[in-house]
Design a protein around this ligand. Structure first.
Ligand SMILES: Nc1ncnc2c1ncn2[C@@H]1O[C@H](COP(=O)(O)OP(=O)(O)OP(=O)(O)O)[C@@H](O)[C@H]1O
Length: 421
């Protein structure tokens, strides 16, 4: 079968994730193409639009799909910086495929469906193996994170990392390569990993190769830290964090909730010895650690905020309805305006994931989530107008509203207790 797909002088091939996902029987999200035998001028003359300065990537004039000129890469410096790329029309498809990370990502397909697989990607797909393409793998430290991400993505299908790839990843970490990664690149892949069905595999993989203590030391510090057996039969705080994260993944696709669950127990990594294994005060101790991690990874303000609120208030939510009305109001205040309960629902989901992320509690009922919403609705129903009509103004008005809300919360807590006894 001919490999010529576009015209006599240049050819285009479907590459990477689209070929992999098609062979896996998965829906194909984006289609990326590689073009051989062309110059930027050829493509611009055909109406393609160039994007990106570093690598010549072009958007197809009709489909908008990304087309990249075939390229080779040679590394000339430390970390991700210092790549010298060659885009000459003489670069072959096979040369382009050789610079890719994993064999399962280094396959191409002609437009008439012929598979081009010089590195054995199809066989590795069948064997469920994530294997690096060549020793050049070590030139880009991001590949350590990418492999961990693919390990998480494909774990439900039984994929695992080839021992030689894992050894190479460990070697890259030991040589200090991870330090040169920019936060944007780390977070981009971490967010994609958090979106998988089993995100714990990503973090366990990073831990196994020594990268977790560099990328997310706040999480790494939880492993080996004991907690109370009565509430946590799994005992190890790091294992609990991973169980809770996978529970979050089974409850919701919301990235903010998954990130909040990932961070909710960071404070347990710095519990003073005399408080172990109870971790009293971990809720407050976790906040500066979440600040540090979120700033380092440059996560959005919205994600950071829900993570902090979950860290600070999750144990109070667990203890509902046995809480003082003032504590409940303090917990609910940051989630105002209560008319929009998106944030509060996110918090409630995170708390549910935390409660279920314990050995033997995976199916546990968590009525506290509904109670938190019910309590916010009652507090939010307090009307200001009658208080204004009664003559309250200024600080007195604020105090009167608070009093009414506390009374409403007290009544609701009583009703919840009566219902659930
Ligand atoms: N850092 C890298 N090192 C080597 N090859 C890479 C790297 N990043 C991307 N690639 C190659 O480019 C292709 C497209 O990358 P991309 O990040 O879009 O992932 P993908 O395989 O399409 O998966 P996804 O479905 O998650 O987007 C990959 O399949 C791989 O062949």
């Amino acid at each position: 079968m001919s490999r010529t797909t576009s015209n006599n002088s240049w050819q285009r091939y479907l590459v990477g994730g689209a070929v992999r996902d098609h062979l896996l029987g998965e829906p194909v999200k984006d289609r990326d193409w590689v073009i051989t035998g062309a110059t930027p001028e050829t493509l611009l003359a055909l109406g393609y639009r160039q994007v990106g300065a570093d690598f010549p990537v072009f958007l197809h004039p009709e489909t908008g799909e990304e087309h990249a000129l075939a390229r080779t890469e040679r590394k000339s410096g430390q970390g991700y910086q210092g790549f010298i790329c060659d885009f000459s029309p003489a670069i072959t498809l096979e040369q382009d495929l050789q610079r890719r990370d994993l064999t399962i990502n280094a396959m191409a397909q002609t437009e008439d469906g012929e598979l081009i697989d010089p590195t054995g990607g199809r066989e590795d797909l069948e064997r469920r193996v994530l294997r690096h393409v060549s020793p050049a793998f070590r030139e880009d430290p991001l590949r350590v994170i990418r492999v961990a991400r693919f390990a998480a993505l494909l774990a439900p299908r039984g994929f695992s990392i080839a021992p030689e790839t894992q050894a190479l990843m460990r070697d890259m970490v030991d040589s200090g390569e991870m330090d040169s990664l920019t936060p944007e690149r780390v977070w981009q892949d971490m967010a994609k990993a958090l979106a998988t069905d089993q995100p714990s595999v990503f973090f366990y993989t990073l831990r196994e190769v020594g990268a977790l203590k560099i990328l997310l030391p706040e999480l790494d510090a939880l492993f080996g830290v004991p907690q109370t057996m009565l509430y946590h039969p799994e005992v190890d705080t790091g294992i609990h964090a991973m169980l809770a994260l996978d529970q979050a993944a089974s409850l919701t696709r919301r990235l903010d909730v998954r990130y909040a669950v990932l961070c909710h127990d960071f404070g347990k990594g710095v519990t003073p010895a005399h408080v172990l294994p109870g971790h009293r005060g971990h809720e407050k101790r976790g906040l500066p650690l979440i600040d540090a991690a979120s700033q380092r990874l440059k996560v959005s303000k919205a994600l950071h905020r829900l993570a902090c609120l979950t860290c600070e208030w999750h144990t109070h939510c667990h203890r509902l309805p046995d809480q003082k009305p003032a504590t409940v109001l303090n917990m609910l205040e940051p989630f105002r305006p209560w008319q929009d309960d998106t944030q509060l629902r996110g918090f409630a989901l995170a708390c549910r994931a935390d409660a279920r992320g314990r050995s033997g509690f995976e199916q546990t009922d968590y009525p506290q989530a509904d109670w938190a919403l019910e309590l916010a609705a009652t507090a939010g129903a307090v009307q200001t107008q009658p208080l204004l009509d009664a003559g309250y103004r200024g600080p007195e008005l604020g105090a009167a509203i608070r009093r009414e809300r506390l009374q409403a919360i007290a009544r609701t807590l009583k009703a919840i207790k009566a219902r659930s006894s």
